[in-house]
Design a protein around this ligand. Structure first.
Ligand code: GLY
Length: 354
């Protein structure tokens, strides 16, 4: 697969990953290489990466516990101490090998260590391949507030070895698929259409869909890296989706993966799009049918509506306390900074449940 060149870094795929990684290591003559990973990331990924690196440079593997609950400043502090104790200097390289927590946190650790060392993202989940690893957002949570502390800085390169996905559970694959469907809905109707029927998907098809999805994100981020306007469109489905994800987080039998919550958020926000921007009924019903077919249809209790709406008031996308949505005018076109009444939001839950 050909590489994708962004304004300041390249995204390489499969066999091209390792050639480009080795060239980079040779060209920059790094003093040491640190691979950050978590104990959930299949051993296969770390073994595969290590077996492909051709260098005499010292390589250290730093392993953190998996999970969002450790994506915080304490984990960063322990990694900065480890880097310091292991003699990392400004010519060290960090490779973030894992899902979104590892790439977000590892990027932030690298950006701050000695005011910044080179870092490469090597995402291992579909979600981090099509979203977290691309676009330069690095950061950690502050208590319950997601990604409150962070910095926008692009990686030296992104390496995507899709063979890592072979060991990813189906549920996690679907979680990544939600962000791909989002890319189609906000920007590329053909990509959305290509994702409608995945029953006969080959590995080559999957690689092409991943490539197309990354292109959508790359083109949006390049035009608006600091999220002043266009990049906000990537939040479609996320205003309600994030609130739903947070609400069910502490209810083990109902907890949703990020993409599963975003899929519900996209149905709810498509309903708002229909009412506010005139998204046509056929598209609305098609979106609901695709997303419920792919992600299931867990009902939201009427007694939960208020609590979820309350949680949206803490969304960091709000301005002056006003909840903002990205809504679709039609498939492939959306508008940022939209507002919706509480009554309409409640109606969207009812539309979803029925
Ligand atoms: N995940 C949305 C963004 O990178 O802007």
């Amino acid at each position: 697969m050909t590489s994708i060149q962004t304004q300041d870094y390249a995204i390489h795929f499969n066999e091209n990953c390792y050639t480009n990684l080795n060239q980079q290591i040779e060209k920059k003559n790094y003093t040491s290489i640190f691979i950050l990973t978590d104990s959930n990331t299949n051993r296969f990924c770390a073994t595969q990466l290590l077996s492909q690196i051709e260098t005499e440079t010292r390589i250290e593997v730093l392993e953190i516990e998996p999970g969002e609950q450790l994506k915080n400043l304490e984990t960063c502090a322990s990694l900065w101490s480890a880097l310091s104790e292991l003699g990392a200097d400004r010519k060290s390289l960090m490779i973030n090998l894992g899902g979104g927590v590892v790439t977000d946190l590892g990027g932030f650790v690298a950006c701050c260590y000695q005011r910044g060392i080179d870092f490469i993202n090597m995402p291992t989940t579909l979600l981090s391949i099509v979203d977290a690893s691309i676009g330069g957002k690095n950061g950690v949570d502050l208590g319950a507030l997601k990604n409150q502390i962070g910095i926008i800085k692009t990686p030296t390169m992104v390496l995507i070895d899709t063979s890592f996905l072979g060991s990813l559970p189906q549920r996690d694959m679907r979680s990544g698929l939600a962000e791909m469907i989002k890319h189609g809905l906000i920007n590329n109707p053909k990509h959305y259409k290509d994702l409608q029927d995945l029953s006969k998907l080959t590995l080559e098809d999957l690689d092409r869909l991943i490539f197309d999805s990354i292109l959508v994100k790359k083109e949006i981020v390049e035009q608006d890296p600091t999220e002043q306007n266009l990049r906000k469109t990537l939040n479609f489905g996320h205003t309600l989706g994030h609130a739903i994800e947070s609400y069910y987080l502490n209810q083990p039998e109902k907890a949703l993966l990020h993409g599963e919550a975003i899929a519900i958020g996209m149905i709810l926000e498509s309903y708002l799009s229909h009412k506010i921007l005139g998204l046509d009924t056929e598209s609305l019903n098609e979106i609901k049918s695709l997303l419920t077919k792919t992600f299931g249809h867990p009902k939201i209790e009427t007694s939960d509506f208020e609590n979820i709406i309350e949680l949206m008031k803490h969304d960091k996308k709000n301005e002056n306390g006003v909840i903002k949505f990205v809504l679709l005018e039609k498939i492939g076109n959306c508008k940022i900074n939209q507002e919706a009444s509480k009554k309409l939001i409640i109606n969207s839950f009812e539309f979803y449940n029925n």
